[in-house]
Design a protein around this ligand. Structure first.
Ligand SMILES: C[S@@+](CC[C@H](N)C(=O)[O-])C[C@H]1O[C@@H](n2cnc3c(N)ncnc32)[C@H](O)[C@@H]1O
Length: 304
């Protein structure tokens, strides 16, 4: 995973926050969360692996009265084992909790509940059956993701949605194994697959899939296909130049300075064309006797 560079600046827009949250997934998160809100499905939100806050900031925007967002990340703390430590040193070296909090507070008045610890603690921190949406994006190693999926199952409401990041990236085979194992052996039902994330539920995926298909078919900026595998309907979508959904700017947004007025291009200085002699002057010269005109011409030539 390429390192998303941290910056010292307050973000003006969500696009300024470093992270790994493609426009298609921003559209899908927004759609799932809006749908839950429209259906009156209340519940808390949880993110395992927040990094600089890109996806957490979007989640925080969807909190309704009485709901809570919890994020869990190691930030600067040591990872629980060597492979996980190698992963965090390689990909998240510039991460600080302070940078996460600065970014989050640029868009929201209050912080979420922040748990600075390995994601394995989460089932002790968040109550069973309390969340409507869980984003799993912490360690990408099999043992950790296996545990995170188990915790999400406990924590989610019956029709809640879980999102597994990097379920098929070349560099994260452990997530792929954990994700498809959950589908085949642990009751997880896929709702849809984006390029980067698997969206699933332990409830009934069919009603939400139908609505999602209707929404996606209206988009000309994403590809869509449906396949069946091992009794699961797999709705696969990918971006074709999709833009992120509209999102409120941060309190630090500064509109770009209007382009300076460019002066009209100045005409290149060229030699002024010789002014034609006026008709009256020409007439006057032509009427002079030849001896006088010759004298005038001689005088002009000697002046030149
Ligand atoms: C891919 S980043 C998260 C990206 C973020 N969700 C976004 O959209 O920009 C993964 C994060 O997980 C954290 N992490 C890695 N291993 C972890 C573990 N065992 N427990 C908790 N967090 C972990 C890292 O510190 C890093 O911030």
């Amino acid at each position: 995973m390429a390192n998303a560079q941290a910056t010292d600046k307050h973000p003006g827009e969500l696009a300024d926050v470093p992270g790994w949250f493609p426009p298609l997934d921003q559209v899908l998160f927004t759609w799932f969360l809006d749908r839950q809100e429209q259906q009156g499905t209340g519940g808390d939100l949880l993110e395992l692996g927040a990094y600089m806050g890109k996806s957490a900031i979007l989640l925080g925007h969807h909190l309704r009265g009485g709901e809570k967002l919890t994020v869990c990340d190691l930030f600067e703390s040591d990872a629980p084992d060597g492979p996980n430590q190698a992963e965090t040193t390689k990909s998240y070296a510039s991460l600080t909790r302070q940078a996460f909090e600065r970014n989050y507070l640029s868009f929201h008045d209050t912080l979420p509940t922040v748990i600075q610890a390995p994601s394995s603690v989460i089932a002790k921190e968040v109550g069973p059956g309390t969340c409507r949406f869980v984003h799993i994006d912490a360690s990408h190693l099999y043992e950790h993701v296996y545990g995170d999926i188990g915790a999400a199952r406990e924590i989610l409401l019956p029709e809640g949605v879980v999102v597994l990041d990097d379920f098929r990236s070349e560099h994260t085979p452990g997530v792929s194994v954990a994700a498809w194992e959950a589908v085949l052996n642990r009751g997880l039902r896929p709702i849809c697959l984006s390029t980067q994330k698997l969206y699933g539920t332990w409830g009934d995926p069919e009603p939400v899939q139908e609505e999602l298909l209707t929404m996606l078919r209206q988009h000309t900026d994403c590809g869509l296909s449906v396949q069946w595998a091992a009794g699961h309907r797999l709705v696969r979508t990918r971006s074709k130049g999709m833009q992120p959904p509209p999102f409120p700017r941060s309190r630090h947004y500064v509109p770009p300075a209007s382009a300076p007025q460019t002066p009209p291009a100045s005409r290149p200085r060229t030699a002024r064309p010789a002014r034609p002699r006026s008709h009256a002057r020409r007439l006057a010269v032509d009427l002079l006797p030849p001896v006088v005109t010759r004298a005038i011409r001689r005088a002009r030539t000697s002046r030149a």
